[in-house]
Design a protein. Sequence first.
Length: 271
Amino acid sequence: MTTGPALPALDFPAFAAGSVWLVGAGPGDPGLLSLLALHALQQADSVVYDALVDPRILALARPGAALDYAGKRGGKPSPQQPDITARLIRLARTGQRVLRLKGGDPFVFGRGGEEALALAAAGIPFRIVPGITAAIGGLAYAGIPTTHRDINAAVTFITGHASDGEVPDGLDWPALARGAPVLVLYMALKHLAAIAERLIAAGRRAEEPVAVVSKATTEAQRVLETTLARAAADVAAAGIEPPAIIAIGEAVRLRASLDWLGALAADGKPG
């Protein structure tokens, strides 16, 4: 197979000693990593990474770099956020180049804002490197456009649980139900029944199409198509596991024509 020319040498910013880069690793597929994120991996002295970061991405780190696990998984023993933030500050103050590697995008339900504020308060220089968030990349790999001009001119991203692990109390569910034709739920699998009940009570149709994308963009990706009323029961029956992104709205119906990854698999071609 012939290939094009190698990537040109780009003028990437210097990763200074004593600084922290908050980097999005994307939703899973290593091919969705940005060039700037790859540059950071090849420069960092310490990589403090989340549970959802693919091992193949970690393998791109500079030889000799310390790989420091800081994953948070619901219902399992996990490091506390203040401890993670203190670790970043401590490593930076020793003069290391610290890469905080987070699944998806650090500023989309990734606590990147909290960590950046703590770094700013401690006087630690930092840079934000955006990543592809699951609501964009995960749904694209499932063949579901987040926006389509014949369906929606707005989309709403919603977290499925608050900092205490429960359904967020501060959300205006009637406003969310009316606010956008397409809703995308992060980290909502555990509370899907309660969320669906609130949305239906607020005016969403019980038969509205729903797609649940588990382990999006990875080799273990699974997609369940259902309806809002049946979503929680169907997820349980199918044994769908987190992490999962959930799309609600007519855009889900487009998957019948746009499931490009499923078509590749059916043809026996690598995806």
